[in-house]
Design a protein. Sequence first.
Length: 237
Amino acid sequence: MDNGWEASAGPWIESLGAAGDFGREHVLDAPMLARVGHGRFERMLDVGCGEGRFCRMTAPRVRERVGIDPTRALLDAARARDPEGRYIEARAEALPFADASFDLVVSYLSLIDIPDIDAAIPEMARVLAPGGTLLVANLNPFATAAVPDHRITDAAGRDQLVVDRYFDERGAWTAWRGIRIVNYHRPLSRYMNAFLAAGLQLTAFEEPQPSGGDPARVARYSAAPWFHLMAWGRPVP
């Protein structure tokens, strides 16, 4: 399936720049890195690593970092920027690793790009070692269920987020700054039940707020939690 990523790789890399977009830089990076810690994990897999940004950020914290992505142009950029990292062309639905290969598996805003989470989430759980952590950052489903223009101004002049068809799972094309890709909307219960069915246990759930950045953007991202962060553990037998 053409999901638009090959054609969008160049604009995506240019759009993120060195620091990343607002949501990554000012909302998600700090709590994600806090969960990774320093020296807590030996071997990390970044599922949907893109141009390798989070792999590079965790270089001082994790001894071995592996990133997978199905988009060659993004992997080329990751390898060029991080020669010491290991980047492999692969899909989340069929990870080319042995069982229990990693003590940390990361999905940083990649679940919304994965067509088949019923295959991908069990694969993430399979390669996770007992006692390990699956760390997930995702868009909140009410954000992915928002109508195309996202917001309207109500009769009182207030800015309102507009959500529709929350319970209807679907993929839809979305476009901005020269990027045009397919994102998937699923209700939160859909994700939660998939993780539970994979035998994982929820150990943390956060809805992080912005820290720093342009005040207008901070206000927009503070009106309601745009993202959530989850940590799931694989129990030790």
